[in-house]
Design a binder for this molecule. Structure first.
Ligand code: UD2
Ligand code: MN
Length: 566
């Protein structure tokens, strides 16, 4: 080669090297900017020694057979006292969790017929577990259960995303545990530089995943026998199906794995934007063992085809912190042509905590803001019902820009929310549709019907309270075409002692059936042939039925009356 040729070659080498270096730097900085740097922690030898000692100490504290088979576990003495204190402080008996073997055995919680099903699967899953300041032993038990309960050929990898936990154990010690105690398993641990909230943490995990199917889990779960096969098999059959296992309860106080027997629940929602469970009746013919369609999902545990996850719009990246992402994804999947299903033969336990053990930066109401985002994008006119609960969020600048999500909805040619209600969730009660009357219901002395702050799944008196001068949700009632005096899933029901309680609507009329007479404004209960009366009832008091005397105390005025319907 002549000199000229040599110089040219050198130049080409140099150029290539220069471009490669630039590309590398660019990628590095872009990742860093978005906080997506999946760095491994470099452990120095002294630290390794310290971790080893710490782990050995921890391992000595584990009590063999405690909590085996998912039985309730109990501690004694100081441990018991400390455990109870922890439960109050972080909503989990952390002392007990640290004593129960990480690889404890669990009973097979499935319906016995599930054992007869055979699954043909070729796809592999990436299991993604995200966490912020979770208890190390709970995180490790989640990982162990995935490893122990999943056939190796179905598991591509486990991806852990540490959402910038401040608890040190979740940094170096966790990495050390993986390197020494779970060596040989494909487990990738990513540490986010800044706290990004569970939505963006999951997105980070999904970006790093290479399996055909993504399975998301909270960091305090335990998978059980054959949990993964039916999820993957269903996706193999129908790639646009998004699947949720039955989520059993692991008790936060004694770590008992408890089940609801053979009955299970599907996902619903309230107009205030919260997720709710829909009980499936034991004798219902809908109680099948094959996947059953569910209007929404709880959000933490689900399986989805990896490519489909991206096609259908992954998550709304502008959702911060915690909450709302589950309903957003549920509505989006249904409205944009997918399906959401509960898989009765796949069961995973989850520690349901009474409160969040962590706080959010600036104490932002991320659930409210995220739900406002989804209401604007997915709920069309029905968003009016959510904003009735959250009027201050409707035009709040904190909601941020929605253009991308609206574009996505157009691009995917998604159906309307009305279509969703009619086709996916026809049982869902719409408080201002198919009703004779709705709104605030006034009686004598400026008193109004009021649910007295009754919780979602509770039963309690239908009462009166001073009328608010704004539309408080506790005072928003409807009289449905079925004759129910109703609030979401609560219906006014009369009892033989003439008390009136709010109970779960059963749609069989009887004691939940009311007739309204616009002429004299009485609410009449035909079962007892009596009228709803506030006579003698004080502020916050419960109402009773009385002989219809057509006096002021038995007059009820709704803000909106659909006169043509009577
Ligand atoms: C439920 C879901 C949860 C999520 C949430 C709504 C189930 C069983 N759980 O609440 O997955 O969909 O509803 O948003 O369906 N985390 C972070 N960063 C944070 C906050 C939380 O990584 O800033 C992690 C946390 O450590 C946990 C997961 O996100 O692993 C879910 O949080 P949670 O367990 O407190 O939520 P949960 O079960 O009350
Ligand atoms: Mn959880």
């Amino acid at each position: 080669m002549n000199t000229f040729g040599c110089i040219r070659l050198k130049r080409i080498y140099f150029k290539t090297f220069f471009i490669a270096a630039c590309v590398f730097l660019l990628i590095f900085y872009m990742k860093r900017l978005s906080g997506h740097i999946g760095n491994e922690i470099d452990l120095i030898p002294e630290e390794l020694k310290r971790f080893e000692l710490e782990l050995q100490e921890y391992e000595k504290g584990i009590m063999p057979l405690l909590g085996e088979n998912g039985e309730a576990a109990n501690l004694n003495g100081v441990d018991r006292v400390n455990g109870e204190a922890a439960l109050k402080k972080v909503a989990l008996n952390t002392v007990l969790s640290d004593r129960v073997p990480l690889n404890r055995t669990l009973k097979d919680p499935r319906h016995r017929k599930c054992r007869e099903f055979k699954y043909k699967t070729t796809l592999k899953a990436s299991v993604i577990i995200i966490f912020y300041n979770e208890l190390l032993s709970a995180v490790l038990r989640t990982i162990w259960s995935v490893i122990l309960q999943s056939p190796a050929n179905l598991l591509r990898e486990i991806i852990l995303v540490n959402d910038a936990s401040t608890d040190d154990k979740l940094n170096g010690l966790l990495q050390y545990y993986l390197d020494t105690r779970l060596k040989g398993h494909d487990i990738k641990l990513f540490h986010l530089k800044h706290r990004m909230g569970l939505i963006r943490a999951r997105l980070h995990g999904a970006r790093a995943a290479s399996g055909d199917v993504l399975i998301f889990l909270d960091a305090h779960c335990e998978a059980t026998k054959e949990w993964i096969e039916p999820l993957i098999a269903r996706i193999e059959e129908e790639r646009t199906a998004v699947l949720v296992p039955i989520i059993d309860v692991i008790e936060a106080n004694n770590l008992a794995y408890s089940t609801n027997g053979d009955s299970y629940q599907l996902g619903g929602f309230t107009w205030s934007g919260h997720f709710t469970w829909i009980d499936m009746q034991k004798d219902s013919d809908k109680l099948t063992l094959t996947p059953v369609k569910s209007p929404t999902m709880a959000g933490g545990l689900f399986a989805i085809d990896r490519k489909y996850f991206w096609e259908i719009g992954s998550y709304d990246e502008q959702m911060d912190g915690w909450g709302g992402e589950n309903l957003e994804m549920s509505f989006r999947i249904w409205q944009c042509g997918g399906r959401l299903e509960t898989v009765p033969c796949s069961r995973v336990g989850h520690i349901f905590r009474d409160f969040h053990p962590y706080s959010f930066p600036d104490n932002k109401d991320t659930h409210g803001i995220n739900t406002a985002r989804l209401a604007h994008v997915w709920m069309d006119d029905y968003k009016r019902l959510f904003f009735m609960y959250q009027p201050t969020l409707e035009d709040n600048p904190m909601i941020g820009d929605l253009a991308h999500r609206k574009q996505l909805r157009q691009k995917l040619r998604c159906k309307s929310f009305k279509w969703y209600l009619e086709n996916v969730y026809p049982e869902k009660f719409v408080p201002d549709e198919n009703v004779y009357a709705h709104g605030q219901v006034k009686t004598k002395n400026e008193m109004c019907l009021d649910d007295l702050q009754l919780g979602d799944d509770k039963v309690g008196p239908l009462g009166v309270y001073m009328c608010h001068d704004f539309l408080a949700m506790t005072q928003y009632f409807s009289l449905s075409f079925k004759g129910e005096l109703r609030k979401e899933n609560h219906c006014a029901e009369a009892f033989s002692n003439f008390n009136v309680q709010l109970t779960e609507c059963h749609s069989h009329k009887r004691e939940q059936f009311w007739k309204y007479f616009p002429e004299n404004r009485t609410l009449y209960n035909p079962s007892f042939r009596k009228c709803l009366s506030s006579e003698g009832v004080k502020n916050s008091g419960g109402l009773k039925l009385d002989f219809c005397k057509k006096k002021g105390y038995q007059e009820w005025t709704f803000t909106h009356l659909n006169l043509t319907a009577f």
